[in-house]
Design a protein around this ligand. Structure first.
Ligand code: MRU
Length: 362
């Protein structure tokens, strides 16, 4: 079995015009790299969660839009922009909740608009055939920058989060906001990795995270591979664990944070937060500022992805585990009310209640 830390979550392979990802649907049994070349392959990989986690989806989208525009034969800037928008809309339709997807795509478009304006300011007579290769080169550079920034941002979140951890703490996490959801440290796992590196005797607890088991398959795998004392539990066991006194802090990631501090994260997060409030346990949300969506006033504005019934009834079993045709409720995410969140940890600092992220981010 290969070690997941030997591979990049998402990488650009220039010589093959491809994005290389670890196929996360095969973990932990098999660590297999796959290459995505077409728009449909990139869309499918995001939709099927072969690559998942808000920041990793953002990086994939950045590389994706670069690769899709690389073959452009546009004869004018307007034509190029129209193609870019078409690719953007397509990729953006793969998953609705993680804002990093649209954030990365919009950032790529804005960057290219600014860069074109700069080129025009230097030489407004220059023919588009000479400009097109420059625009494409710049798209590659910006996509790489998004990836590099993710590593720095997660490291910073880790440093802030570490300041909230004490020797001997039991730390619970939900879903996977780890290396596999980002490029290197993860968001919610960054403080855990750093506490471990520092020699603190922490214990990590991972909710299995039904229905797609990101906690069992990915987080428990990642943290135990890194040598961290890791325990797996079913989602319905966290209340019992909290009551036992074994949990001192909870760190989770997020897919979108509204301006009022309401948070969308993997389904089940709001249940964990509610229990944490009851047991007076600190509940921290780790959020790169790219995951904060100031256009959403509250969690009510966040679109929640609904997924197929088979993920609940059939996917992990040899035979179906529910009556045929049963109605299934399968939202991929839920909203945790800001009142339940002790603090939101970003790369720009730790924000506390009452949340007004518009002001905090000024
Ligand atoms: O459906 P997934 O696996 O993409 O959901 C991932 C999560 O909910 C993560 O907690 C979130 O994206 C943060 S990743 C740093």
């Amino acid at each position: 079995m290969n070690n997941v830390f030997d591979y990049e979550t998402v990488a650009l392979v220039d010589e093959d015009d491809a994005i290389e990802i670890i196929d996360q649907t095969l973990l932990p049994g098999e660590c297999k790299l796959i290459r995505l070349r077409t728009g449909q392959e990139i869309w499918d990989a995001i939709y099927l969660l072969q690559v998942r986690g808000a920041p990793a989806i953002g990086v994939t989208a950045g590389f994706g839009i670069y690769l899709l525009t690389k073959t452009s034969k546009a004869s004018s800037y307007e034509e190029f922009l129209a193609e870019l928008k078409e690719h953007k809309d397509f990729l953006n339709s793969s998953r609705p909740t993680a804002v990093n997807l649209s954030w990365a795509l919009n950032r790529m478009e804005e960057h290219i608009r600014d860069y074109y304006a700069k080129l025009m300011a230097q030489d407004s007579e220059c023919g588009f055939d000479k400009l097109l290769p420059l625009l494409i080169k710049e798209m590659r550079a910006e996509a790489e920058t998004i990836k590099e920034e993710d590593i720095k941002v997660c490291r910073k979140i880790g440093e802030y989060g570490l300041s909230l951890i004490k020797d001997g703490d039991g730390i619970l996490t939900h879903c996977n906001a780890g290396k596999l959801a980002t490029i290197k440290y993860g968001t919610a796992t960054a403080p855990i990795y750093m506490a471990h590196e520092k020699g603190l005797a922490i214990k990590a607890y991972c909710d299995e995270t039904r229905p797609l088991l990101q906690g069992a398959r990915l987080t428990a795998f990642e943290l135990s591979s890194a040598g961290i004392d890791t325990t797996l539990l079913c989602d319905n066991m966290s209340g019992s664990l909290m009551r036992s006194g074994k949990i001192q802090a909870i760190f989770v990631g997020c897919d979108r944070v509204a301006a009022n501090g309401d948070v969308a994260n993997k389904i089940g997060t709001s249940m964990v937060a509610t229990l944490a409030a009851y047991y007076h346990i600190s509940f921290y949300v780790c959020a790169p500022t790219s995951t904060i969506d100031l256009d959403c006033k509250s969690g009510d504005d966040i679109v929640i992805e609904q997924r197929k019934a088979a993920e609940v009834t059939d996917m992990w079993y040899e035979k179906p585990m529910a009556p045929e045709g049963i109605n299934v409720y399968n939202p991929a995410f839920d909203i945790t009310d800001n009142s339940l969140i002790t603090a939101i940890i970003t790369e720009k600092g730790i924000f506390r209640k009452p949340y007004d992220l518009k002001v905090s981010l000024q």
